[in-house]
Ligand binder design. Structure first.
Ligand code: SF4
Length: 510
């Protein structure tokens, strides 16, 4: 596709506070597209992981931004959550400049990847990969979705793909849709097909619990959901001889590397549907990588637990406890910014780190970067959006928020958190956000009048914008994270239950 050096791509995924596999495909596809060099900048954001959607538009300098939801269909997230979190008002939204003298920004909101007709190509490729050499004329292809009835669009996206594959002349004996929670049910795969070979492809973006635990049980590959039903064992044992047939089961369609091409197809489709004059605006100076280098040149040396050491030909990053060993050859050595993602993903015990600002970064590594952009990319994997938050904060471009506002805009099972009281919030924030759990400094208050009385002064409201050359860059928390919102829920639930129990008991008293 046409190269867009003055444009940024923002890829939005769901993410998870529990499962590292949820965000992996989105980050993989972003890395593939970044290496392709089509866009000047490529970043990701997530609903349940960092960086958040509230932060992500600060992370790019480009005057034109394409936002692509890495979602399988239109629905609640693509129609409500993403536009709300990004402040979008339509297919193209013009936002004010990120820094004084900078350009206005045009934000183009593309359709979710799963809706693009070229998903058909991926499904056929995935079927061929999982059942190599198996004659299509003797095979049934089943595309599986969740199907709750809550979102008709997700079933429509699958039915559309079934129709497209049938019409493509791909040659399968049968092509069908099936669902976990509504008919036709995937556990009846043998009744709904007659072909001797049955290929099942989950129409999900990531290998979450549905594709590597729930569906294998429904198909009969596994007897019960256990942690042992790992991604590797389930997907690598093909074919499974079951119910008199050969069953081939693939990982989620969103993990297919070719999805990166579909993401670009979605951008191209946007341009075709919404033609606009080519952008001639550029960001001549004052970009985030340049501001980062300025900060280092003025003495900046530490971000969270990471040290930044300028050396001949680049910068060396390492854990603060490894200062003496850095550069001696005693540490595991890396040179690609993408390797920072693996370093940041798990702690020393192998546990997933959903909160990258937790003081649990593992030790024993060093990363040498040679360009401004690769240095920023690596730091964004280690401490997502930290450089952007700090530089925009110095420029006065981060509007103040309150926790009340954040909880008030929650929906679904977290809507109840809007009933949190100030006294509960004070305790909750003290218990969740202290330095032992998270190194970020809180930028928001309870409401516009009420400061935090349960936090030490240095934890709340960073107040040193006049000194951009602080040797340790503060990690700003500009909006309460999903972990805090999740922790608020049982607090409110327990209090409401206690109040209801007390009222019921009082009603019994004559
Ligand atoms: S809400 Fe608290 S725990 Fe979450 S990122 Fe902010 S400071 Fe850290």
């Amino acid at each position: 596709m046409q190269v867009k050096p003055h444009s940024a791509l923002v890829l939005i995924g769901h993410g998870s506070t529990l499962n590292p596999d949820s965000s992996t495909p989105t980050m993989d596809h972003a890395e593939t597209i970044r290496q392709g060099g089509v866009f000047g900048e490529v970043v990701c954001a997530f609903w349940k992981e960092e960086p958040s959607m509230r932060e992500v538009l600060r992370m790019v300098d480009s005057p034109e931004v394409y936002v692509v939801p890495n979602f399988i269909s239109e629905g609640y997230f693509t129609q409500q959550v993403i536009p709300r979190e990004l402040g979008l008002s339509g297919r193209t939204t013009v936002l004010p400049p990120l820094f004084a003298g900078g350009p206005e920004r045009q934000i183009h909101y593309c359709e979710p990847v799963g809706l693009h007709p070229s998903m058909t190509r991926l499904l056929l490729a995935r079927a061929a990969e999982v059942a190599p050499g198996v004659p299509r004329a003797e095979s049934a292809l089943i595309i599986v979705g969740h199907g709750t009835g809550l979102n008709e669009n997700s079933t429509k996206a699958i039915k559309d793909q079934v129709d497209l594959i049938k019409a493509s002349g791909a040659g399968f004996a049968e092509v069908l849709d099936a669902y976990m929670e509504e008919p036709p049910l995937v556990n009846e795969w043998d009744k709904m097909t007659t072909a001797p070979h049955v290929i099942v492809v989950p129409f999900f973006i990531a290998d979450g619990l549905h594709s590597f635990q729930d569906i294998p049980v429904l198909l009969g590959i596994e007897e019960e959901i256990t942690p042992a039903a790992s991604q590797m064992s389930v997907f690598k044992q093909n074919p499974h001889s079951l119910r008199g047939r050969k069953l081939y089961y693939s990982s989620a369609i969103g993990t297919e590397p070719m999805l990166a091409e579909v993401i670009l197809d979605q951008v191209e489709a946007f341009d075709l549907d919404h033609p606009s004059p080519a952008l001639s605006q550029t960001v001549a100076s004052g970009t985030l990588p340049e501001k980062l280098i300025d900060w280092i040149n003025q003495g900046g040396r530490q971000i969270g637990q990471v040290m930044v050491r300028p050396e001949s030909g680049g910068w060396r990053l390492f854990h603060q406890v490894d200062e003496a060993a850095a550069g001696t050859g005693d540490l595991a050595s890396f040179r690609s910014p993408a390797e920072a993602r693996e370093i940041a993903r798990h702690d020393a015990s192998g546990a997933f780190r959903p909160l990258k600002s937790a003081p649990t970064l593992k030790q024993g590594w060093e990363l040498f970067l040679t360009t401004n952009a690769s240095l920023l990319e690596a730091l964004d994997y280690l401490y997502p959006a930290t450089v952007a938050n700090w530089m925009r904060f110095l420029g006065g471009r981060i509007p103040p928020h309150t926790l009340k506002e954040t909880l008030g805009r929650q929906t679904g099972m977290y809507r109840i958190t809007g009933l949190l009281r100030e006294d509960e919030a004070q305790s909750l924030v003290a218990a969740t956000c202290h330095d032992g759990n998270c190194l970020r400094r809180i930028q928001w208050t309870w409401d516009k009048q009420t400061p935090w009385t349960t936090l030490p002064a240095e934890k709340a409201l960073c107040s040193s914008p006049a000194d951009p050359a602080v040797p340790s860059m503060p990690l700003l928390c500009t909006d309460a994270c999903p972990l805090l919102v999740a922790a608020a829920r049982p607090v409110v639930k327990d209090r409401l239950k206690a109040e209801a129990d007390a009222a019921a008991a009082a009603a019994l008293i004559p």
